[in-house]
Design a protein around this ligand. Sequence first.
Ligand code: CP
Length: 326
Amino acid sequence: MTSPAADFAPFSKTHLLGISDLSPLDIENLLDRANAWADRNALPDNKHAILRGRTHINLFFEASTRTQSSFEIAGKRLGADVMNMSVSQSSVKKGETLLDTAVTLNAMRPDLLVVRHHGSGAVELLARKVANCAVINAGDGSHEHPTQALLDALTIRRHKGRVQGLRVAICGDIAHSRVARSNILSLSALGAEVHLIGPATLMPPAIERMGVKVFRSMEEGLEGCDVIMMLRLQRERMSGAYVPSSREFFHYYGLDAKRLARAKPDALVMHPGPMNRGVEIDSVVADGEQSVIRDQVEMGVAVRMAVLEALAENLDRTKDNRKPGE
Ligand code: CP
């Protein structure tokens, strides 16, 4: 089976480090490619040879269920040789160790390197040190998680037919969330109106400069929304108590059926996972008819296939342009 990529404009980037590096056209390009993969993944024959001969390494310094497994499935579906390197956080010291890692990786000559790291900016640093290899940010600290934002946009687009003009609420722990940051950038670039809802302690200072509207009250912020994205409390990035208790957080900021009714009747309920039921979201809502949380996971594979394919094409072009002996 051939790649759907022939139908799309070339993707111009060498790496995917953040949504902030992408133009609206770049985002649409990746979403169009991912949409084609999502359709193809539903067919019985979903194994391809597009990345045959390519080495794809997943290098995860932080725990992951959805991102790592979907990158692995995506790479294998496209025919790459996929290797998972899980690095225990306790064994890693930033800076020198990352550079040592880059030297080790260069010796393995990967073509595609998917990296998750607890340090904001660590993935970009690694990208500067590896040679002839496309680097993909699978989440760096509280900075960016670009493929999560792309799969969220694809999920919205497939359910609503568009992102432009929709009102999207992102709720909860915005301050520590790379998912929130990447989604603010991507949804704004695609023309959505973004509402951020959360307590002052979990809202980054001056976040309004990103063109969003900030609300302290769920009831006010959810009014008329087409999409609601819930975020968990990211305690692993907190250095103190930002909320009095989980119970109190749910009381003020948890999404239950009553609060959901403030949004449009056909509003989508989304969550990047992992969910903490009874803390940021009630089970009735998480498992309810408006929830598209499982669709997000499915779109994750399609988006990661699109990203791997687009970056691999670019590697080919770069290599073609290289002078002999270079
Ligand atoms: N959404 C997300 O990044 O989930 P994982 O931490 O399981 O990869």
